[in-house]
Design a protein. Structure first.
Lengths: 204, 473
């Protein structure tokens, strides 16, 4: 996993609420057994015409958003299925930051496993961010994870909340399986006690 | 917290599974059961192998093939889609390599993961259970803390039998009173989502309580908990009771003999203590819950069947107005249209929400002696081979086929339309599944979520009907 470093990048606007993981990565692309190559299928049904050409009316096909690493979007982003293919597609497409008022629980978790920072802002802030992009398409925002700050050329300065552990892992590009395995002794002794209390969990 | 402070069921399960918390890190929670299917696991096995890690407890895992399996017998023997076939083969190989129990397509136990797991009594009250699948919430019906995880977490649990977890808030959804004859667990689930919204449960574990929940069968509770995730909740929970114990008794993975007595004593200690506090409480009256139908592209876009399609002006929030407009556009509906005027092309009876034997009995009771009109396709897809066999023993398959339905092999089928069963653009479907998202049942397909009895009523008329007006006594 890549380390998440401070960056200033184009912010793309997709003003839709309840964007579900079926839209982010459609089921026909879930059959692959690899982790890579999902970016080309991101938002497929919204993004492409029947003949495979890009749809002019889809937000991310706007040339001003071509190099965006930040996605600004509506409430409850990532609801629906647990498929990690959704953050794989988002990351592979080139986004590493998503800004919304809320994220679905499993999706939010999955983001951190894939180097994506989901930033939660309040509704008025989201509105201001969206307005700034609408007025100035192609505008670049600065995300400073270390200091948990988001700044815009329009003068917005936002501090966002984030769990310290998740922040640490993002900043260092850490795989948290390794971290858990450092506690193998504790897991062993917990499991021994658990086996005594609930022996039927092991017998079949 | 004082030792004797009243605790919720969630808190009790949490306490029993808490392993360790390193300062500044998320608490580690021990995982008792790990369920798997072919779509969300291959990359986890690959990751495990690349890191040269072992599966800590292969016994904790039960796997099935369900998402991309065809529901026509000929296709099952020879999967038409090469990419799907590779995914299936990958699952078979991974399970063989690690000696995991897999109910493959040849197994008489095959079916949808959330249907087969309870059939074998694999999940018990008080357990922690995970699966790379959001509808893992289903198993909360047994009083188990069961939730969906991503593929990286699947790998994490395989390697460590633990998961870093943030504590959720708790919400009590209490449904008192008595459900009318024509309303079901599905209608309760939809009514709750209609009330709190698809994000209403974000950050919460929901405990369902009250008279109407106690009165539900285990199958009804599974339907209800299955849809906890559609309200955004991490998990749903129902306190175990006599119905739970009776359901589990004698099943393959249920404790036996002395272990059963021991387990029972533990299970009886699980329900929330009197006076336990919840972060939120929501109340509904069962009498008020009419048969529900969704009209839009989110499960919260739902109305009682005797009402009309709403318009943007019926919503106060701007976001909901926008969502309403785009849903109406996608669904091809006009505000003010009575739901019962809407005609369908397709009826789907199945999915882990509603494909248990009780669901087929309820639908068959309505389908008996009816005829699916010309131009309408109705398919009945059992959740498992056990359900299929039981239904056939009871002659339910005949009732469906005589009414013009297709009787299929088990699987997820048109719930997510990955296996070839799907709607064509603009086709409209009454479906007993759990998601009416755009394209969920096929690109451009239009889904209306309903209960099994309603689905059968719709199949008989080719349009939505208020099932309370049907006389099929
Ligand atoms: S039936 Fe539908 S919701 Fe249930 S596991 Fe299968 S695809 Fe998921």
């Amino acid at each position: 996993m890549q380390k998440y470093t401070r960056h200033t990048s184009v912010a793309a606007l997709m003003n839709r609420s309840n964007v579900d993981t079926d839209q982010i990565i459609a089921k026909q692309f879930l059959k692959k057994v690899e982790r890579t190559g999902f970016g080309q299928h991101l938002f497929h049904d919204w993004r492409f015409n029947e003949d495979g050409t890009p749809r002019d009316d889809f937000e991310l096909n706007n040339p001003n958003f071509a190099d965006a690493r930040i996605l600004v979007t509506g409430d409850n982003f990532g609801c629906g299925s647990s498929r990690e293919h959704a953050p794989w597609a988002i990351e592979d497409y080139g986004f590493d930051t998503i800004i919304s008022t809320s994220f679905a629980d499993i999706f939010y978790n999955n983001c951190f496993k894939n180097g994506i920072l989901p930033i939660v802002v309040n509704a008025p802030t989201l509105k201001s961010l969206m307005a700034e992009i609408t007025e100035n398409e192609g505008v670049a925002f600065t995300v400073d994870l270390e200091n948990q700050r988001l700044t815009t050329p329009g003068g917005l300065e936002i501090t966002f909340e984030l769990d310290g552990f998740r922040k640490h892992n993002l900043l260092n590009g850490l795989d948290d399986i390794g971290l858990t395995l450092q506690h193998t002794d504790k897991i062993d002794s917990f499991e021994a006690g658990h086996k005594q209390k609930f022996p039927w969990l092991w017998a079949s | 917290m004082a030792d004797n402070a009243p605790r919720t069921m969630y808190q009790k399960i949490w306490d029993t599974h808490f392993v360790h918390q390193e300062p500044g890190q998320a608490p580690l929670l021990y995982v008792d059961r790990h369920l798997m299917h072919e779509v969300t696991s291959p990359q986890a096995f690959e990751g495990l192998q690349l890191a040269e890690r072992q599966i800590r407890n292969p016994q904790s895992i039960l796997a099935t093939l369900d998402h991309c399996v065809p529901t026509k017998l000929a296709d099952r023997l020879n999967l038409p889609d090469p990419i799907g076939a590779k995914q299936v083969q990958t699952m078979i190989d991974n399970c063989a390599r690690h000696e995991l129990t897999l109910y493959d397509m040849q197994s008489e136990n095959n079916g949808i993961i959330h249907v087969v797991v309870p059939e074998h009594g694999f999940v018990h009250p008080g357990m922690t259970t995970v699966c790379g699948d959001s509808h893992t919430a289903t198993h909360g019906a047994f009083g188990a803390l069961a939730f969906g995880i991503g593929t990286s977490e699947v790998e994490h649990v395989m390697a460590t039998q633990c998961l870093p977890q943030m504590k959720s808030k708790t919400m009590l959804v209490r449904v008192d009173g008595t459900l009318s004859k024509y309303s079901t667990a599905k209608d309760i689930a939809l009514a709750i989502i209609g009330k709190i919204g698809t994000a209403g449960g974000n950050g919460y574990v929901i405990e369902y309580g009250g008279e109407a929940i106690r009165a539900l069968s285990m199958q009804g509770r599974m339907t209800l908990c299955n849809m906890a995730i559609e309200s955004g909740a991490r998990a749903g929970l129902v306190a175990p009771d006599e119905k739970t114990y009776e359901f589990l008794d004698g099943r393959e993975f249920a404790p036996k003999g002395k272990a059963w007595e021991q387990a029972l004593a533990y299970w009886q200690s699980l329900p929330s203590d009197a006076g336990a506090e919840y972060d939120a409480v929501v109340e509904l009256r069962a009498e008020d819950i009419a048969p529900q139908v969704t009209w839009g592209t989110s499960p919260e876009q739902v109305v009682p069947v005797d009402q009309c399609v709403p318009g943007p002006d019926d919503f106060e929030q701007e976001g909901k107005q926008i969502a309403c407009r785009s849903a109406l556009d996608y669904m091809g509906l006009q505000p003010g249209t009575p739901m019962t005027d809407i005609e369908v092309d397709f009826v789907f009876l199945g999915s882990c929400t509603n494909s248990r034997i009780e669901d087929f009995r309820a639908a068959a009771a309505v389908a008996r002696g009816t005829k699916v009109p010309e131009g309408v396709t109705a398919i009945a897809v059992p959740g498992s081979y056990q359900v299929k066999q039981q239904a056939e023993e009871e002659g339910l398959d005949k009732i469906f086929t005589e009414a013009g339905w297709e009787w299929r092999e088990p699987g997820c089928s048109m719930c997510l339309a990955m296996n070839g069963d799907q709607l064509k653009p603009r086709e409209r479907c009454a479906s007993t599944s759990n998601r009416n998202f755009e394209g969920r049942q096929g690109k451009g397909g239009r889904t209306h979520l309903v209960s099994p009895a309603m689905a059968a009523a719709v199949a008989a008329r080719g349009r939505f009907v208020d099932i309370r007006e049907l006389d099929h006594a």
